[in-house]
Design a protein around this ligand. Structure first.
Ligand SMILES: [Zn+2]
Length: 183
């Protein structure tokens, strides 16, 4: 009898845990979770000794493009994470108009990327940390707010700010060490 009760209990527990998994699968991804995906891209750049910046583009709650900075690897100053993500998303949607798309980027976009974001009609940009030297979304200037273009991009700054800042700090610390060893 006891074995029978235990069997029923274990069966119920398994159904319950399956339900929880299903609920979790169906739930909306939070902006922090999307930023974590952009951070994974930043780590890929880090591993290639590139300044660790990552970006993803989301449409209808799905990630349609992932990219990381590849300026050094490709010997090309335009290979910023945001530009590469825009190119991939455009290819996927077979359109340069990224209407209703959102971008998550670990570092505030520069003027080149902010311009490309406006031109691609991206709806909203979620930014990790700010860039006081070249940031064009509030730090040095604000291309999204201070100027009138034919498309207005919404933005939100400070999503997983510490993580996005720390990966950059860690990278520059490592780089200084490498330079010291190299003389
Ligand atoms: Zn840029």
């Amino acid at each position: 009898m006891l074995i029978f009760i235990l069997a029923i209990l274990s069966c119920l527990t398994s159904i319950h845990s399956r339900c929880i998994i299903q609920i979790e699968k169906g739930k909306k991804m939070e902006k922090e979770e999307f930023m974590k995906e952009a951070l994974k891209e930043a780590q890929k750049a880090y591993d290639k000794l590139e300044i660790p910046v990552g970006a993803i583009i989301v449409k209808d709650e799905k990630i349609i493009a992932r990219a990381h900075n590849q300026k050094e690897t490709k010997f090309d100053t335009t290979k910023h994470a945001e530009i590469l993500a825009i190119q991939k998303a455009s290819k996927k949607l077979k359109s340069w108009r990224l209407i209703d798309c959102e971008m998550y980027v670990t570092l505030e976009p520069c003027s080149m990327c902010a311009g490309a974001i406006i031109n691609s009609r991206i709806k909203k940009v979620f930014i990790g940390t700010t860039d006081n030297k070249t940031g064009a979304v509030g730090s040095v200037l604000n291309l999204f707010d201070d100027y009138t273009f034919n498309h207005k991009v919404e933005f939100e700054t400070g999503i997983l700010k510490d993580e996005c800042e720390n990966i950059l700090k860690r990278f520059f610390k490592d780089l200084r060490k490498i330079k010291k060893v190299g003389g």
